[in-house]
Structures are given as structure tokens and as C-alpha cells.
Design a protein around this ligand. Structure first.
Ligand code: ADP
Ligand code: MG
Length: 264
């Protein structure tokens, strides 16, 4: 199982949109996919039309109670190969519980390990904070994808994310692969966007994924229908871009590490 954490310390940069649509694209391509909503806001949960407050059991229970196994919380989405581990606001209390636990950075990894063989991909939608919960996601992950709004301010924030990932690699998860920076919310044909994209590719080279996700109103509308863009409007350019992202992630096996961008 490849476990991809979708992370950035910034909110509103397309983490959840990417988690939902990348997971959907992988499942539609035929991979057995697990989407874990690891944000107490429950947006990835809502994105599949699942009401967070109505869930009796969520990923929170799996983390805090070893007797609740992962399959007990999984919800079938409208895509046959895609299962969702939902979350809701209760997850915001998980930090305190984790603090009391042994091996507190490795709890999620331990809970997932038994089920690895049932899935090809696990996508984790992270919250924008560097909490113990996010550390658990980065510890459980084999790879990270960092969505970044195509904007000058985002570049500064990104350096911070990279430093954090460097620390995680050093202390918890030396095999964590920075799979790529994903440019999101790009405006078609603006000079600003072109400039930022150029700067990013200059700084980070091959670490910037080839696929760029453009701003597209249908991507913002799909969650309202409780669907990913791949089923909501499959011919839409957003659907095509997320399908391209899935292909890029599946087939390009480049292995990059922190040392590839020491020149920042
Ligand atoms: P995050 O999870 O990082 O906070 P979201 O994925 O929730 O970010 O995106 C923030 C807002 O922007 C949401 O309302 C979402 O629908 C919208 N959005 C995200 N990506 C796009 C896009 N490519 N085009 C248009 N709207 C988008
Ligand atoms: Mg989100």
C-alpha cells in the first residue's frame, strides 16, 4: 500500500479538494483506495455526501480505542473501489488522548498496518496545523503531496513545510518521500501565475509535479452534491487534471529526498 499524506500548514490551498479527487481518480483507475479524513472539519467526509455529525464511529475511535478496528468505521462511497474513513469535530480532542499514549507518533501507522494488504493506495487529508495528528499522518505516510496555491505568499510558507518535513524524515520516518508540490488554484493565462510557476520550478525543480490544477468552479461545486468531480462532471477540465495527477503519481517512480532542494 502506498500511503500519501496531502499536507500543507496553510488552509485553503486545495488539500481536501486534492485528497477527494485524487482518491476518486485512483479508485476509478481500478486501484483499491482508502481515503482517511484526518481533519476535524470533516470536509473530505462531506465531500462524499457523508454527514460528519451523523457518524457513530469515525477515525477518531480507531485512533483512541484499539478495540475499534479500521473496517468498523469505513463507509462505502459512490465509487466502488473507494472507501472512506470519516471524521468529525470529535477528532479535535484526539491530541489530548494521543499525548497519553505510548509511541504517540506511531499510533495511526500501527492501526493501519493490519489492513495494508487490502488497499493499493491510502490518501490522508491532513488538517492545516502541525499537530500530533498531522505528525501521525506523516509518520504513517510513504509519500507526501503538498498542494500550493499558485501565489507569491505561498512560496514562503512552503519553505516552512519543507523544513518540517525534513525534521519528520530525520526523527520519525526516514523513508518518507516528498512526492511532489502540486500547484493548485492556478489562473489560466495570468502573468502572476506564470511567474510563480516559473519560480517554483526554478527553486524546486522536479519536485514540482507536472500536473497543474487550475481554478475551476465545478471543483468547488462538486462537494455540494456530495461527489468528487470525477463522477459529478467527468468531462470537466478539473476531472481531467485530477486524472492526470493520478497517472503522474502512479507511473513516475522518481525518488526525491530533502537533499534535492538544499539550495533554497
Ligand atoms: P484546504 O483543504 O487546503 O483548506 P480546500 O480543498 O477545502 O482547501 O479548498 C478551499 C476552497 O477552495 C474550497 O471552497 C474549495 O471548493 C475551493 N477550491 C479548491 N480547489 C479549487 C479549484 N481548483 N478551483 C476552484 N475552487 C477550488
Ligand atoms: Mg481541508
Amino acid at each position: 500500500m502506498r500511503t500519501i499524506a496531502i499536507t500543507n500548514l496553510k488552509g485553503g490551498c486545495g488539500k481536501t479538494t486534492t485528497s477527494v479527487n485524487l482518491a476518486a481518480a485512483l479508485a476509478i483507475k481500478g486501484y483499491r483506495t482508502l481515503l482517511i479524513d484526518l481533519d476535524p472539519q470533516g470536509h473530505a467526509t462531506l465531500g462524499f455526501g457523508v454527514i460528519p455529525e451523523n457518524q457513530k464511529r469515525t477515525i477518531h475511535d480507531v485512533i483512541v480505542n484499539p478495540k475499534v478496528s479500521l473496517p468498523k468505521v469505513l463507509v462505502q462511497t459512490n465509487i466502488s473501489k473507494l472507501l472512506l474513513a470519516p471524521s468529525n469535530v470529535l477528532l479535535s480532542g484526539v491530541e489530548a488522548a494521543l499525548m497519553q499514549m505510548k509511541d504517540r507518533e506511531h499510533v495511526l501507522l500501527n492501526r493501519l498496518q493490519r489492513y495494508e494488504r487490502y488497499f493499493d493506495y491510502c490518501i490522508i487529508d491532513c488538517s492545516p496545523s502541525l499537530s500530533l495528528l498531522t505528525l501521525n499522518a506523516l509518520d504513517a505516510a510513504t509519500e507526501v503531496v503538498i498542494p500550493m496555491q499558485t501565489h507569491y505568499y505561498s512560496i514562503e510558507g512552503l519553505k516552512q513545510v519543507m523544513e518540517t518535513l525534513g525534521v519528520v524524515q530525520k526523527r520519525f520516518n526516514p523513508l518518507l518521500d516528498i512526492r511532489g508540490i502540486l500547484l493548485t488554484l492556478a489562473e489560466h493565462g495570468t502573468v502572476l501565475c506564470k511567474d510563480v510557476e516559473e519560480q517554483m520550478r526554478d527553486y524546486f525543480g522536479a519536485l514540482v509535479l507536472k500536473t497543474v490544477i487550475h481554478r475551476n468552479i465545478r471543483l468547488a461545486e462538486a462537494p455540494g452534491a456530495g461527489e468528487s468531480i470525477l463522477t459529478f462532471d467527468e468531462n470537466n477540465s478539473g476531472a481531467i487534471e485530477y486524472m492526470q495527477l493520478a497517472e503522474e503519481i502512479c507511473y513516475e517512480k522518481i525518488r526525491l529526498t530533502q537533499t534535492d532542494f538544499v539550495h533554497i
